[in-house]
Write a protein that binds this ligand. Sequence first.
Ligand SMILES: Nc1ncnc2c1ncn2[C@@H]1O[C@H](COP(=O)(O)OP(=O)(O)OP(=O)(O)O)[C@@H](O)[C@H]1O
Length: 310
Amino acid sequence: MNCFELDTISHRYDRETVLQDVTLQLEPGEILGLFGHNGAGKTTTIKLILGLMTPSAGRLSVLGGEAGDPRVSQHIGYLPENVMFYPQLTGREILAHFARLKGASPAQVPELLSQVGLADAMDARTRTYSKGMRQRLGLAQALLGKPRLLMLDEPTVGLDPVATADLYRLLRQLRDEGTGIVLCSHVLPGVEPYIDRAAILTSGALKAVGDLPSLRRQADMPVTLDLTPAGDVEALETAVNSATRGHEVVVRQGDGRLTVEVAPQQKMSLLQGLMASGAIADLSIHQPSLEDIYVHFIGDGGLAHRGGAQ
Ligand SMILES: Nc1ncnc2c1ncn2[C@@H]1O[C@H](COP(=O)(O)OP(=O)(O)OP(=O)(O)O)[C@@H](O)[C@H]1O
């Protein structure tokens, strides 16, 4: 059974359509990165899955049931973008309160607080917590009751690099135990190794979905080769031009080396030509990163999309 299945979902607020024909699934034991600029529709998508609103069009099922059904909601954990807690209560008291609301066992409260790195701070009032500590408490709250679907909105905001790495390790462990996880973010650097698939949302439309190799195929962006000449760089450039056999490539010279941008489908024939030429001493190959692919799909007008501050 899928964690959720969105089938051509659209959503309007008043007059504005903010999601258009979004089709997306999440399997158990999978981490999906949901990426998009400010106002792209990430939070709206999450709210629909949580059952806080009903879509204007399309079909939606969550954990095999209806979004918003309490029998479904009890298996969902959600960390909102901005977490706020009663400042006078301790982390332990707050989590125990949420455990009661969710019908989860209070026995797991100290264990969860330790898991998110708040073992030493669980009896301090949350008004003394830093932003990162509040974020960790929010994460512990989302993990109550061992959810089968976990949705995290900007979970790394406020976390230092060590805490961020801890968070990703924890998410992997949950994923390996079968939890389906959605990670919404505009912070792409560093996230690539921790997600199984990415979905890129722009102005309410899903532009691309898949694992990194599939996104690279969908983006069809050039591969960059850094070439070190065996002799002089001009001879290498001649070899590149002859090996490309009229296909378009971008060639730049610098520091006695050549940088060549080539279409993915031409890469192997270019490499074979270069190897046969004897003009090349060494090379490195750079595939587009998740960030490059994201920028490609968001488009040059990326800044124009970004309604709010980053
Ligand atoms: N309650 C609302 N009423 C009207 N419009 C709304 C409402 N909530 C969101 N919107 C609009 O819907 C669009 C999508 O917003 P959403 O919050 O889903 O984007 P987001 O991708 O989560 O953005 P961010 O990264 O800035 O949090 C935006 O244009 C936003 O202004």
